[in-house]
Design a protein around this ligand. Sequence first.
Ligand code: CGF
Length: 785
Amino acid sequence: MDNFAAYQATAYSVRDRLIDNWNSTQQYHSSKDPKRVYYLSLEFLIGRTLDNALLNLNVKPNYQKALTDVGFRLEDFIHEEVDAALGNGGLGRLAACFMDSLATLDYPAWGYGIRYTYGIFQQKIVDGYQTEYPDYWLTFGNPWEIERLDVTYEVNFRGYVEKYTDDEGVDRYTWEGGEKVVAVAYDYPIPGFGTKNCINIRLWSSKPKREFDFAQFNEGNYDKSVEEQKAAENITSVLYPNDNHLVGKVLRLKQQFFFVCATLQDVIRRFKKAARPWSEFPEQVAIQLNDTHPTLGIVELQRILVDEENLSWDEAWDIVTKTYSYTNHTVLPEALEKWSVPLIQDLLPRHMMIIFDINLFFLQEVEKKFPNDRDKLRRMSIIQEGNPQYVRMAHLAAIGSHKVNGVAELHSELVRTTIFSDFVEFYGAEKFTNVTNGVTPRRWLHQANPWLSDLITQKLGGTQWLKDLSQLSKIKAYATDAAFQKAWMETKHKNKVRLAEYIKQTLGISVNTEALFDVQCKRLHEYKRQFMNILGVIHRYERLKSLSAAERQKIVPHVVIFSGKAAPGYYIAKLIIKLINNVAEVINQDPEISPYLQLIFIPNYSVSIAEILIPASDISQHISTAGTEASGTSNMKFVLNGGLILGTVDGANIEIGEEVGDENIFFFGTLTPQVEDIRHEQMYRSLTLEPRLEKVVHSIQNNNYGDSIIFEPLLATLRTDYYLLSKDFGPYLDSMDKVDVAFKDRAGWAKKSITAAASMGKFSSDRSIQEYALRIWNAKPVTVE
Ligand code: CGF
């Protein structure tokens, strides 16, 4: 039997256990009928399942033993599993962490999403450039999903709307869809850690309503006979590869409606089992919108209640708004979704009517509260006027929800004071709240870093900390204990060796595992400033070149590692990847400098790569322009694994700083309130670059890192410098120098690393979920007996 077969056999055996727990959970919930939480997300970035399931079910040692008995080693084939990569980045991974926490904390919860045939594209680096390949993740089957041919719903698009008057003289509407497809459920069991609770992510796949058009076939139109079938299947074919950037494609809008339409039918079917009145719907159902992507669900529920269940508009709207809540993940203008009115009108004619009505009734209330303020009405309207008009999905989501939350303190404050400031004035501040993101310690420490997990478990005398991360703080007492420091730093070293082996295998480069590992891995985006990082690397390289051999000896050696994908259409982000790779070519082939500086771009960043990368880092960079990164979640994972942060005062970095203490984090850069003023100033003055930056730019222009013509558009971004690279460059380099000084003091560094990791209790996704449950969903755990 080869490794893949061994993987499959093991996976199917674990799946049986999952299904047992899953069945017991569903049966128990059916008998108790508690309030359910529904987490609606267009993305779930799950990664691999086998190791996670073995650990959560607490059967890993048993499986290891059983496998050894028949001549196999789990470690040899665990990598055979293909990542389930149905997400772009933080937002999708957050959804996956939340599922783990919901299961672990015994919530009767469901995730709903789309079963994309192709997940996020595979990235290869060819001649330094990113090239994209399809992610054929289902080719060899997927042991972790259960196809539910018994759970299907019809989804309609287009068609026409008819008006009639009901028996009470009320105007009513019916929508007869034109294009009809079917949604088929695929269930993905999610086991909690140390509990029987096993929840479900239900992913929808689109299928044609009719398999085949026989009329066309009989007439010899073979292409036409399968056209409809193909169009239906296309809906759930591919995940749109954009993060923090909107693309207004019809197919994406179709995905969004397809998803919420099937989901609501499923949710309502479950609600109706108990024959309760509609008024009890919000007591039984909480629906969380992960960003605005599922916002049409608000409109669809209103349509069902008014058009199909014949409730009055007001009764229906009351139910809708009590049911929904919305998480905002960004204030970047280019990321806020808006859909053209003609597009929605064509695809969903009845929904467009309902959106206009929601808007009308809403603006009437605004007018009552703030009479004669036309500008306010224009700003708050769901409809952005123009030709064409647009629907602002964030406004619709906020108006149709009882709570709106941001994902870190600073971000939530920006949500309240920028994009929703008028809404705060109208509704009051309580509707707009904060739930700081979190990450699951089960995957991001226990699974990804078994050496450190074992060390902590030994010290704390058990694994309880994995269910209550605040217990980590007890480790602080050992931060200066020499033996513990030694053991702690040994685990770090093992992780660096593991990563070095991976780099050797994939890129053929041997890296120095005694060097400081300096990592920036995340989506490529100008606001995240990987460009500033690579410019800093050039600066470091050229400074090393100018030093004598003796002087170089005093410098802390760095292995700088980048990893991340750029959206295929994001030209500047792709140029940054090219620049990193060109600079790597030069540095890594310079034998004089390689002992002190190496530069690696790890292709095809994924959850599985993050699991090797994160535990190995000494320093990770989270250097977004202040006010642009809503939260960040990898920052939490790095510190949890004993890595320190070099970062800006942005997103969740700030709260991490509050927990770990200023001496255990390296902050630098412009603060949020100054950013706009500086931009304004820069607009009216010709910008002179920071001298060290200027030198680096000249060096690129002198073709030291390949033909500089390629990089002109990238360098041109420094002229307006919207993301303040020039302003922050000096403080950035100075901060990096402080990192080096700190790293030289081995005991001091170990103390920082231990103290920081031990202070991360707050950043468990369990804490986030408990906050949602208490303050937003009003949902309670149910222990499956
Ligand atoms: O959501 C993000 C991420 N890129 O997916 N947003 N979106 N859209 C934010 O940019 C991150 O800062 C945030 O951590 C993440 C999850 O909330």
